[in-house]
Design a protein around this ligand. Sequence first.
Ligand code: ADP
Ligand code: MG
Length: 258
Amino acid sequence: MSERRVEAGPGGPTGGGTAEDGPSAARAPAGPPALAAAPHELALRAVGLVKVYEGGLVEALRGVSLEVRRGERVAITGPSGSGKTTLLHLLGALDRPTAGAVEVFGRDVALERDLDALRGRTLGFVFQLHHLIPNLSLRENVALPAHPWLGRRERLRRAAELLTRVGLGHRIDFLPVKCSGGERQRAAIARALVNEPRLLLADEPTGSVDSETGARLLDLFDELARTDGLTTVTITHAPEVAARADRTIRIVDGRIAP
Ligand SMILES: Nc1ncnc2c1ncn2[C@@H]1O[C@H](COP(=O)(O)OP(=O)(O)O)[C@@H](O)[C@H]1O
Ligand SMILES: [Mg+2]
């Protein structure tokens, strides 16, 4: 019953919980089939993901299994409507699968009691639409999801530093409406990085930036992969983005194309 041990991440068990009753202790049913790599090397493991919408009328995902190793840079490509965004949301625990399982750094998302904590500790998410808050400056937007225990001054300092890193040092006090689409997208990337995530999930992060800016953003992702071991999963239509990934997964009609 308890033979299947799941590693705690390097950050240790979640604060506040009791040790004997950890989220991974109770999994009795047959686990996902063993795939290639050992769990401790994996940033992500998805097994048999199915997602239906509209009471079953729309089958967005029809059984997707994949593994992403720590530090790996994976690109996801595929036609519009093929299920890419749905997949990314499931991988980031923003939505629940109809069937199948997701593990993030060895932890079964379905067993996590505090998904906000999991996301806050480990995940950064860049949405297809940037979702910046219109009446907050870029700096305040980036600082918003930063860990509250950092304190306001440190949160704003980090935000300014990240905005500078994505090339927006001259825009930190601008409202989103005063910025171009590409600048907003870069701010959304800075926001996704504010808690130093181990896994960055990005939905077309270079979709609305020119190719030079896009290349600089990818340089930043690469740098973070090198220095911090950041794992990235990036949905993209841009061949140059896919070309820089370690691996490309193509989704067609809710499945991984062979
Ligand atoms: N919330 C939703 N409700 C109903 N259908 C949805 C919803 N989200 C996505 N879909 C449908 O699921 C399919 C896959 O969508 P999506 O994952 O957004 O594809 P992609 O990102 O590859 O363009 C599409 O047919 C889309 O219309
Ligand atoms: Mg999409």
